[in-house]
Design a protein around this ligand. Structure first.
Ligand SMILES: [Fe+2]
Ligand SMILES: [Fe+2]
Length: 172
């Protein structure tokens, strides 16, 4: 059985994952409208992943005798000055999510809730991966600068990045 404290903290994370999914969906749409098909597909995939993160938490809360709370969401950013700015926002958001997961792990230990602590380790590992992917992308984006040819190749190659990072994650 979940304590009220951990249930509230998990529900807060459900909202954060849902907001992440919406934020990345907005990025996918923005990139698609700009004609950046590869970047757009990458962000649609990221959005789907965030929804899975949310659902995993929903199921866990309900399985442990809690009640997953499906809340209203803050509206995401829908326009960006550049794709560089978009990816800076992506990395900043992943760092914010990692901090939130860390806080959740801390609460689970305070509550002596070792089942939740164990469950949350998946998110700890996932955040290492997500931050690493976002940093790799931003490094490449910084290398490209204003070079249109570079952007064309990057838009094509980002698909490979999706594939390789998905291959690193063991199947569930
Ligand atoms: Fe997530
Ligand atoms: Fe994420």
């Amino acid at each position: 059985m979940l304590s009220k404290t951990i249930e509230a903290a998990l529900n807060k994370q459900i909202r954060i994952e849902a907001e992440s999914s919406q934020a990345y969906l907005a990025m996918a749409v923005w990139a698609e409208v700009k004609g950046l098909e590869g970047i757009s597909n990458f962000m649609y995939d990221q959005s789907d992943e965030e929804r899975e993160h949310m659902l995993k938490l929903v199921k866990f809360v309900n399985e442990r005798g809690g009640h997953a709370h499906i809340s209203e969401l803050n509206a995401p950013n829908v326009t960006f000055n550049s794709f560089k700015e978009m990816f800076e926002k992506l990395l900043a958001h992943e760092i914010f999510v990692s901090e939130s997961i860390n806080e959740l792990v801390h609460i689970s230990l305070q509550e002596k809730d070792y089942a939740s602590h164990n469950f949350l380790q998946w998110y700890v590992a996932e955040q290492i991966e997500e931050e690493a992917v976002a940093r790799t992308i931003l490094d490449k984006v910084n290398m490209i600068g204003d070079d249109k040819g570079g952007l064309y190749l990057f838009d094509r190659d980002i698909q490979q990045l999706t594939v390789s990072s998905a291959a690193d994650t063991p199947a569930e």
